[in-house]
Design a protein around this ligand. Sequence first.
Ligand SMILES: O=C(O)C(=O)C[C@]1(C(=O)O)C=C[C@@H](O)C=C1
Length: 241
Amino acid sequence: AGPAKQPRSELDRVLARGEVKVCSTGDYRPFTYRDPATGQWSGIDIDMAGDLAQRLGVRLKLVPTTWKTLVDDLGRTCDLSMGGISITLDRAKRAFYTEPYVRDGKTPITRCENAERFQTLEQIDQPGVRAIVNPGGTNEQFADANLKQATIVRHPDNNTIFTEIIEGRADLMITDAVETRWQAKEHPELCSVHPDQPFTFAEKAYLLPRGDVVFQEWVDQWLNLARHDGTYDRFAAAWIG
Ligand SMILES: O=C(O)C(=O)C[C@]1(C(=O)O)C=C[C@@H](O)C=C1
């Protein structure tokens, strides 16, 4: 008898190909950003994707995806997906997650003069208040579930959504605290409202095709190492602060 048979995995295909294909939405700083003008990628999860490829010993190919098609693109256009993805039980029915690497939660971001007005969900969910959301992710789910009186403005382009608030076409957005901190630093007109006490608890992880435990195991071992050997902290210091 020959050697024991090992199950086929995406891991083998990635190694044979010499390239790992990572899907990312590219619209969610500081996790993932793709410059619309140059196509240049940046962000903490882009740095992490580079480290993943390097330690796999293969090239990195970044593949654009969207929040709506994130799960369907797995195994079709890419091997895994990275970029500020929240763990949801819904996605977990159709895909695998790695261990979480950062903790987050939803909190408001608004023009600074309105920060006192929009502290609680009750204050926000009032007739005449315009809450803007990007479609397809957990922000939209949260808004649909929690805002009954306020107007929900659906804005398809997450790269320009904060300009809508600055220029007064929307009053606020409820989104991940890490993003509100980053955007408030980027835009002095905007204030993050209690990012240390978000409305929800959520964790970020990387998303893998369902069923491939061999690949999941390798990516989890890599992530665990990167989180403890200073790699993640170095990227986080640069992007999250
Ligand atoms: O869907 C997710 O998992 C996300 O964390 C992405 C999500 C969202 O919740 O909609 C989070 C913040 C960004 O503004 C855009 C997208």
